[in-house]
Design a protein around this ligand. Structure first.
Ligand code: PMV
Length: 332
């Protein structure tokens, strides 16, 4: 696996000589049309394309430096992470793909403004920020599409976190993975709001990588997913172009529930929801029945992300007092 990934990286990066301390900053993103399932595990190639919205102000800032004759040191939110910790191990494996051919190690400082591994895609902003920091440290000067290919190796959804606003990750057709990258959808929607409803921010019981492999291998319903995902993506993309909020909300909510349906129909079952997640869904449906245009989406965790327009923000905040409201095109 590692050799395949290093060969892939060698086709993208111009050299392996670090020149300076590098920094990178990337937002988290929420998929409105989800990625679930890999067609190639080694190269992190997805079964279907996906579309996301980035959340400015929430994400990761990373600084990286190469130091000769010492081992890696990884800091998360200013605390040193033990080298046998799974977070540090995953970062080190990723850094192995970029190491110079000299003796030494990377000093990585990561600041996350989202809880790590809580279904809020901190790995997406994390790997995107790390790749931007590496690009700066090695002075590669690579365009965002190329950096998206690299970020994809760390976490699929990281390919979309290189961009502000809407991003589309093309699943690609090639076996070598060179056409599976994300690009920006150049469309702003200033009235659009995302509400983060935190139900439980503890680490999820099963990682998204493990969850999707189990679903692909042990769920008969999964066969229906790739076609459904592609059709939903087209509808979502069109809704963004038309600024048709109801179409966006309905398609996103239905897409998320269909993804979770494949997880639930896996054996052994995968259920990321908590009772409070289901209660919040009912509340959203009740508000909708009362005429408020609000929808939800969910990832591999118990938390909900609500979609609504700015005019409905006061009403949503009354019903969900703990919600954190973000305006992706107005906040910075
Ligand atoms: O990129 P990963 O391996 O963290 O997987 C992300 C999977 C979902 O968040 C559930 C969907 C998505 O497209 O972001």
């Amino acid at each position: 696996m590692k050799n395949k990934q290093r060969d892939f990286v060698d086709q993208i990066i111009p050299h392996r000589t670090p020149t300076q301390k590098g920094t990178g900053k990337a937002p988290v993103n929420i998929a409105l049309s989800k990625y679930w399932g890999k067609r190639n595990v080694d190269l992190n190639l997805p079964t279907n394309s996906s579309l996301s919205i980035s959340l400015p102000g929430l994400g990761t800032k990373t600084q990286i430096e190469w130091v000769e004759n010492q081992s890696d040191h990884i800091y998360l939110n200013e605390t040193k992470v033990a080298s046998d910790d799974s977070f540090a191990q995953r970062i080190r494996l990723f850094l192995d793909l970029f190491r110079p051919n000299t003796q030494g190690g990377f000093i990585v400082n990561t600041l996350n403004s989202v809880p790590t591994a809580a279904g809020l895609a901190s790995s997406a902003s994390g790997y995107a920020a790390l790749v931007l920091a590496l690009n700066d440290c090695f002075q590669w000067d690579l365009p965002l599409k190329r950096l998206s290919l690299l970020a994809r190796l760390g976490s699929g959804s990281a390919s979309r976190s290189l961009y502000d606003g809407f991003a589309l990750w093309h699943k690609g057709q090639l076996d070598n993975g060179m056409d599976s990258y994300a690009e920006k959808i150049d469309q702003a929607w200033p009235e659009l709001c995302i509400g983060l409803l935190e139900i439980d921010v503890s680490t999820k019981p099963i990682s998204s990588t493990q969850g999707m492999q189990n679903t692909v291998n042990h769920c008969e319903l999964y066969q229906a997913w790739p076609d459904k995902a592609e059709a939903d993506l087209q509808k979502t993309h069109q809704a963004i172009q038309d600024k048709d909020f109801q179409q966006l909300g309905q398609t996103s909510e239905n897409n998320a529930l269909a993804m979770h349906a494949t997880m639930i129909a896996t054996w052994p079952p995968i259920l990321y929801w908590q009772p409070e997640s289901v209660a919040a869904m009912h509340k959203v449906w009740q508000l909708r029945a009362e005429g408020c245009d609000v929808y939800f989406t969910m990832d591999a965790g118990p938390n909900l992300k609500l979609l609504f327009l700015k005019q409905d923000a006061p009403m949503i905040q009354t019903h969900f007092p703990s919600i954190k409201v973000i305006q992706p095109f107005s906040d910075t």
